[in-house]
Write a new protein. Structure first.
Ligand code: CU
Length: 109
C-alpha cells in the first residue's frame, strides 16, 4: 500500500513539473549599425522575440517594407526595438533613412 501511495505522489509531482515548466521562448538579437543590420537575414522559430539594438550615432529605424508599424527613429546608443514573431512567413524590414543599405529578412518557421 505504501508503495502505491509513493508511486501516486511521484506521478502527481511529475505532472506538476511538466505543467509548470514554461514554453521555451527563444530570443535573437540584431545589431542596428551605421549603416547596416547585422545579421542581414535570420531564420527563427515561431514565437521568437527579436530585439534590435542600436549602436548609436546615426539616426535609424526598423520599418516593415510594407511601411506599417515598426520602431521609432533613434540615434541613441542602446536604443532597442523588440518584436515577437508569432506567425510563420518571411518578413522584410528596412531603415527608411538608408533603404539601399539597411535591409533585413526575418524568416519564421
Ligand atoms: Cu538607417
Amino acid at each position: 500500500m505504501r508503495k502505491l501511495v509513493a508511486l501516486a505522489v511521484v506521478v502527481a509531482l511529475t505532472a506538476i513539473a511538466v505543467t509548470v515548466v514554461p514554453a521555451y521562448a527563444a530570443t535573437k538579437n540584431v545589431t542596428v549599425g551605421n549603416n547596416f543590420f547585422s545579421p542581414k537575414s535570420l531564420s527563427v522559430k515561431k514565437g521568437t522575440k527579436v530585439t534590435f539594438k542600436w549602436k548609436g550615432g546615426v539616426p535609424h529605424n526598423v520599418t516593415p517594407s510594407s511601411g506599417r508599424g515598426g520602431s521609432k527613429t533613434s540615434r541613441k546608443k542602446g536604443f532597442t526595438y523588440s518584436k515577437t514573431f508569432s506567425k510563420k512567413g518571411t518578413f522584410k524590414y528596412i531603415c527608411t533613412i538608408h533603404p539601399g543599405q539597411m535591409k533585413i529578412t526575418v524568416k519564421v518557421h
